[in-house]
Design a protein around this ligand. Sequence first.
Ligand SMILES: [Zn+2]
Length: 440
Amino acid sequence: MAGFVALPASEHYWLRGGRAPAALLAEPVPGLAVDDEGLALVDIEVAGPTIARIARAGTAAVGEEAVWLDGGQVWPCFVDLHTHLDKGHIWQRAPNPDGTFAAAVRAVAADRAARWSTDDVFGRMEFGLRCSYAHGTRAVRTHLDSHADQVVVSWPVMRALRLAWAGRVELQAVSLVPLEAFEGRAGERLADAVADAGGVLGGVALMSGAIDGELDRVVALAAERRLDLDFHADESGDSGARALAHIARAILRRGFTGRAVCGHCCSLAVQSPEVVDETLDLVKEAGIAVVTLPMCNLYLQDRATGRTPRWRGVTLIHEMKARAIPVAVASDNCRDPFHGFGDHDMFEVFREATRIAHLDRPYGEWPRAVAATPADVMGLGTVGRLGAGLPADLVLFRGRYWSELLSRPQSDRVVVRGGRPLDAALPDHRELDDLMTPNS
Ligand SMILES: [Zn+2]
């Protein structure tokens, strides 16, 4: 679909009369009126690849080159903190037979063993990046299944794609393995491979008698190599799952000073207030950020054939926000056995998160959860916010107010990269047909 506005050919122009979420402004704008939905009418001056100035609407002089946004919202490009590009888009050859988490694990393991060659992983990961880019995402972190046989395939693919996409989509990668994979020499080799690739150290933290020893080991391997940490934690409705608290204690015990983020943390929502308080105190003290994956959680959690789901699966993000724990929202799996849908569209993720987790009334700081907050976790301080001197990497929407914005898919949005309109179409799913021959 064509964009709802056309940008001028000139390198220097104003975006007039846009409506920006105030939470996404990098610094206060003099004289700006913010309405009771947290939105402010602004004029944005673009000079070459950069935002030259953000001012209250009506500042741009008549006669200057300008685009009239008529109140449509202006966002910075999105940041997708938690994805699995290596699993993406295998649904047609490896569907999830019953939609459960256990079946997803089995289906992916079988597909990985049979099919994840360099060409296969490259083709599907690049497809995901092309979707992200076209929808307006600036940076993506992906977890990569890093079992011994796979690490030598998927990490070189990631490095090639990171290089090819630099400047379009910044790509970061995290190792995804059971924590016992970090034991012994094999664990050191994996940590070395992650460090050599400029990655982030991570794994799935599962409750067991060995969890504290395993976490001590992972945190030490990361600290020795100055790597950040990114764990999958408590992706279940099991009230006994408290890996998040164990991770926080390990970080405090070891005095780890890098960045750390935990994904999912679903089980917090089914634990007692005392347990929740204890865990969130630890998370705050340890400086851990949390990334919630509402679409994937809604898909997998509380699923049993023939039974209607009773809970939403998301973690306690309002309680985290109240404690000033950084919370990001991300897309997670796309069209694979862990989530049968998805298009790497962070606008869809924000829209669905708003409905699933009640990010509305008030919207407040929540727009940051798909922009500035994940950018900070990724160490990208100029990304995910609107401000003078920052890159003019923007998404322009026709929707003016929240109810307009979030009621339609905004398929006529205009993505602006480096001050110019992005000319990138969504790839057709048919492009993947050659990779989708059925598993035998
Ligand atoms: Zn994940």
